[in-house]
Design a protein around this ligand. Structure first.
Ligand code: GLP
Length: 245
């Protein structure tokens, strides 16, 4: 950054020059994925420019997905995303999928509680307006990278205490003999809105995948209605197709 003050005559606005020098440092591997950027104040002092200019350059790079900001801990070079190849022919849970790849799984809670059901929850789960729905909404994270926002709805009779599921919904359902054996999954394109993009640490507006899963018990009863947003830059869904009949 120190060289920046000598280049200040070059004509381009200072924040663009700073943005370029940070981008160059990332591209040349001088700072790598996950590395912390010096504080705004340090950069401003070293480059002899104002903090407002530094903030503008950094915000641009955050919008472009080159840097990520984590509240309270600073600004980092965005982790390089290795795409997850996910089979569409097996009914597995997020925890199982990531554990199989040797990835460390965790979730951040967005919501968990019992609510009056919405009309579509009533329809899909077969609930009456006097029954309650258990909602479990989580940011799903693997190896410290947020991959998906999942919002699951189940009948409160199956999950009377949504705060009690631990780290895996399917493991909790298995304990009570309610693990689904069949599911219908619908995948559609969705551009990420601001709040989802912020949670997933990607620039707003980029492509995401909206995934709806309705899963069933062997009896045919619907057990789970989950609506999720997956990162479009992180997932490949793969199915094997066979010529039959
Ligand atoms: C997948 C499915 C969800 C399901 C979840 C359970 O991600 N898309 O529909 O609710 O797995 O995962 P876990 O058992 O890790 O909570």
């Amino acid at each position: 950054f120190a060289t920046l003050k000598h280049q200040a005559q070059s004509g381009a606005p200072l924040y663009l020059q700073l943005r370029k020098s940070i981008e160059d440092a990332v591209n040349r591997g001088l700072i790598g994925p996950g590395d912390a950027l010096p504080s705004e104040r340090d950069i401003a002092t070293k480059a002899d420019i104002s903090r407002v200019t530094v903030r503008k350059a950094v915000q641009d790079l955050v919008k472009g997905g080159i840097l990520v900001q984590r509240h309270g801990s600073g600004t980092f070079v965005a982790p390089r995303m290795e795409r997850v190849e996910q089979s569409l022919s097996r009914l597995t849970s997020f925890t199982e999928d990531m554990a199989r790849r040797g990835m460390a799984v965790r979730s951040a809670w967005l919501d968990r509680g019992l609510y009056a059901p919405s009309p579509d929850e009533m329809m899909v789960l077969g609930l009456s307006s006097s029954e309650l729905v258990a909602r479990v909404a989580r940011l799903r994270i693997a190896n410290d990278t947020p991959l998906a926002i999942e919002r699951a709805s189940l009948s409160a009779s199956v999950l009377p205490d949504p705060a009690d599921i631990g780290s895996s919904l399917y493991a909790a359902l298995e304990l009570t003999g309610n693990r689904p054996v069949r599911a219908v999954q619908r995948i559609s394109a969705a551009n990420l809105g601001d709040s989802d993009a912020r949670l997933l640490e990607v620039p707003p507006g980029i492509a995401g995948l909206h995934i709806e899963r309705i899963s069933y018990l062997a009896s045919g009863k619907v057990i789970e209605f989950t609506r999720s947003i997956y990162r479009g830059d992180a997932y490949d869904f793969v199915a094997e197709l066979r010529l039959t009949g």
